[in-house]
Design a binder for this molecule. Structure first.
Ligand code: PLP
Length: 384
């Protein structure tokens, strides 16, 4: 009797999962596999954040909260948007979700109708096209190139606008490319949205992880078109706490709240108090971010130089903690290349297939320098 729904059947099995399960299988057999595939900081959650969570537990902050989050946290997020991004979102224009992923999911469900087209710069985070399709809408990739450091070309974007286009999804700094869109590009994209009456959903989860570039929020250029998504996972090493948030027009936020009220109700109460400490004690948090950013930059420099030296061309990303390596030297099919790197070099990487990045694999450098040197040594054995 358990016939799966068309919706469930439409979900694409992920090639990421295939590599991850093969890596787990090898580990089970006792093979020492290094994973460069995970998308989370290797640092522990900062102590002041953990302490706030303990206090929340001990003082009984362990019950349902308002659907859109505790008022203190929404106020702290509103203040953060102004302090760090120059964006003006009143606390009732902010909602708190179970991770940035749920904020995006609620946004797509609240805003998209079947047949709407959504422009997504490629390579993209795998969940955007899948979530857009779940909402019945149509993802439309806008290609970017390794030669340009995956910078978005606003003209290429505008060329894909049709009468059905409803939304642009931006992710800068980006997963998987690490690209940071320049203020000029963002201003031009804002112009595209204004000319064609489009919504901009901007995912700024990696905003603090920028190295040589300046991260700017597109909401500065087209405030009336923009829904800004962010969260605690990447910035404060809080992936497991599941706190994300969105700032946007009141009516959109209200619709996202209505969806959430009929699905997950509210983000974890304890995690909300932890995120509150991360935002309120922002000087301690800034010290943590500076430490993490410095470490990521050093790792990035080592891995980019190492992969290029091995003959796997890898642009220098400006942000996030991923690199995209061209694997033509190993195999013209990136799935085969990823399989070889796993089976023969015992390193798990993610093939670009699901990211809209053929011929490339993604490596996360959210791991220590010794591991990165070992990974380069292992991959090097395949190429010499
Ligand atoms: N957006 C991007 C670009 C990501 O890479 C991720 C996590 O990998 C998320 C959103 C989701 O983050 P969260 O853990 O807050 O759901």
């Amino acid at each position: 009797p358990f016939l799966l729904s068309d919706r469930a059947l439409s979900l694409k099995p992920s090639s990421t999962v295939a590599v991850t399960s093969r890596a787990l299988e090898l580990r089970r057999q006792g093979v020492d596999v290094i994973s460069m595939s995970v998308g989370e900081p290797d640092f522990d959650t900062p102590a002041h954040v953990k302490a706030a969570a303990m206090t929340a537990i001990e003082s009984g902050k362990t019950k349902y909260t308002a659907v859109n989050g505790i008022p203190e946290l929404r106020e702290a997020i509103s203040a953060k948007f102004m302090r760090e991004n120059g964006l003006s979102y009143a606390p009732d224009c902010v909602t708190v979700t179970s991770g940035g992923k749920q904020a995006l999911f609620n946004a797509f469900m609240a805003l998209l109708n079947p047949g709407d087209e959504v422009l997504i710069p490629a390579p993209y985070w795998v969940s955007y096209p899948e979530m857009v399709a779940l909402a019945g809408a149509v993802p439309v990739a806008v290609p970017t190139t390794p030669e340009s450091g995956f910078q978005l070309d606003p003209q290429a974007l505008e060329a894909r606008v049709t009468p059905r286009t409803r939304m642009i999804v931006l992710n800068s700094p980006g997963n998987p490319t690490g690209a940071v869109f320049t203020p000029e590009v963002l201003e031009a994209v804002a112009g595209v949205a204004q000319r064609h009456g489009l919504i901009i959903v901007t995912d700024e989860m990696y905003e603090h992880l920028v190295y040589d570039a300046r991260q700017v929020s597109i909401g500065l250029y087209a405030p009336e078109h923009t829904l800004t998504i962010n969260g605690a996972s990447k910035a404060y090493a809080m992936t497991g706490w599941r706190i994300g948030y969105a700032g946007g027009p009141k009516g959109v936020i209200a619709a996202m709240n209505a969806l959430q009220s009929q699905s997950t109700s509210n983000a974890s109460s304890v995690s909300q108090y932890a995120a509150l400490a991360a935002l309120e004690e922002h000087e301690a948090t800034a010290r943590f971010i500076d430490m993490a950013r410095g470490a990521y930059r050093e790792r990035r420099d080592v891995i980019v130089a190492g992969l290029n030296a091995l003959g796997l061309p890898t642009p220098t990303p400006q942000g996030a903690f991923y690199v995209m390596a061209n694997t033509d030297r190993l195999h013209t099919d990136e799935l085969e290349a990823a399989r070889r790197i796993l089976d023969d070099a015992r390193v798990a990487v993610v093939p670009g297939t699901d990211f809209g990045a053929p011929g490339q694999v993604r490596l996360s450098y959210a791991t220590d320098l010794n591991t990165i040197h070992e990974v380069l040594r292992r991959i090097g054995t395949l190429l010499t």
